[in-house]
Design a protein around this ligand. Structure first.
Ligand code: PGA
Length: 248
């Protein structure tokens, strides 16, 4: 598995973020001492803590991601952050998280955000996933992918990660059914192949924990995890990393 992404959402003060990043780095270094080859750990703190966390991880192991970005290049957008402003600060940007889609983010904004992020030389982590558990046929995922890559086709991205996150699995303690995850990831890979982006990676997100990680690491269709609430618990997050490592 290639990636372990921690999405801290709207949590942590700057000092809490610094402490959390330090503990995660210590945990990564313990695993390195064990001689393990580790996936890339991407930490996505709130904007307010990016610089401070960047200082903690500098020269160590993890890399930084942002949780969102604005779709415009720059301008009179009070309180917003443009992709060009993230350049040099982060390497990855989460786009289209289901919490943002639920708050009204449109397909058009997502298309534009993807294009702005690529123009800034950053790698998008595009979240897709059904909102309705009865939609298991992958129709919703395909519709989201079709809608996301209108301004800039998927094949034109140098690096692209798609996070499959069924909305009803997020923030619960429920373990995802590996068969469903496998099927959805295969649908996404199929779409990517068809659109000339077969090299893109697919990760799973939705209540990944140290307990269920072992079960999910067996799914060859996924290249890692996007972790929400457990990424705020350094021990739990490192346990996930440990499970991913030992699986290989
Ligand atoms: P969760 O969140 O791990 O708390 O379910 C995942 C996400 O929303 O990215």
């Amino acid at each position: 598995m290639k990636y372990l992404i921690g999405n801290w959402k709207m949590h942590t003060s700057v000092s809490e973020a610094v402490q959390l990043a330090g503990r995660i780095e210590d945990g990564i270094e313990d695993l390195h001492r064990g001689g393990y080859d580790l996936p890339t750990v991407i930490l996505c703190p709130p904007f307010t803590a990016l610089t401070a966390v960047g200082d903690v991880i500098d020269g160590r192991n993890a890399v930084l991601g942002a949780q969102d970005v604005h779709e415009a290049e720059e301008g009179a957008q009070t309180g917003e952050i443009a992709a060009s402003m993230l350049k040099g600060l982060v390497e990855y940007v989460i786009i289209g998280h289901s919490e943002r889609r639920a708050a009204g983010e449109t397909d058009q904004q997502i298309q534009q955000k993807l294009a702005r992020v690529a123009e800034a030389g950053l790698a998008p982590i595009l979240c897709v996933g059904e909102t309705d558990p009865s939609d298991q046929a992958g129709k919703a995922i395909i519709a989201q992918l079709d809608a996301a890559f209108v301004e800039k086709p998927a094949r034109e991205f140098e690096q692209l990660i798609i996070a499959y996150e069924p909305a009803w699995e997020i923030g619960t303690e429920k373990t995802a059914d590996p068969t469903d995850v496998t099927q959805a990831a295969a649908t996404i890979h199929g779409w990517l192949e068809e659109h000339g982006a077969g090299d893109a990676d697919v990760v799973y997100g939705g209540s990944v924990t140290g307990e269920n990680a072992s079960l999910l690491t067996g799914i060859t269709e996924i290249d890692g995890f996007l972790v929400g609430h457990v990424s705020l618990d350094p021990q739990g997050f490192i346990t996930i990393l440990d499970r991913m490592t030992r699986h290989e």
